[in-house]
Design a binder for this molecule. Structure first.
Ligand code: HEC
Length: 124
């Protein structure tokens, strides 16, 4: 009986639980790498420490311009934007077009990279 339960657990683990966990890991990797390459010079996410830009821990669901201790442009601070995957997508494609006067001006032109980075941001 015990063996049967063990065998059943083994099947469940390999089929139902372990497989999605593994594929999630595989998906998260490119976003994390891209974040380091494209954003890491100015933004931290592993620690809530501000640099050239504000830290991005928990940015999905956050109101723009609200990280304590970071000196935002008036434009971003007063923007009233709520960061969702959709608003992040628009912002990263052309920050200054969405928030006129923001100090983050770099555009990220690859939709595929934006998607991977935003997915990573949402997982943190
Ligand atoms: C050259 C530096 C630099 C790079 C590179 C950069 N940012 Fe920024 N980012 C900033 C600055 C500075 C601000 C604050 C802008 C302001 O106050 O107007 C900012 C603000 C933000 C905000 C708003 C945060 C908040 O608290 O409202 C988000 C989201 C953001 N950046 C995401 C990213 C992502 C994702 C990347 C990479 C794809 C990236 N940034 C690359 C400098 C940078």
């Amino acid at each position: 009986m015990k063996n049967a339960v063990k065998a059943l657990l083994g099947v469940l683990l390999s089929a139902g639980i372990a497989a999605p966990a593994l594929s999630q890991e595989a998906d998260a990797a490119p976003g994390q790498r891209l974040f380091q390459q494209r954003c890491g010079a100015c933004h931290q996410i592993a620690t809530p420490r501000n640099g050239v830009g504000p830290h991005l821990q928990g940015v999905v669901g956050r109101t723009a311009g609200t990280v304590e201790g970071f000196r935002y442009s008036a434009a971003l601070r007063d923007s009233g934007v709520n960061w969702t995957p959709e608003t992040l997508e628009t912002f990263l494609g052309n920050p200054a077009a969405m928030v006129r006067g923001t100090r983050m001006t770099q555009r990220f032109n690859s939709a595929e990279e934006r998607r991977a980075i935003i997915e990573f941001l949402g997982s943190q």
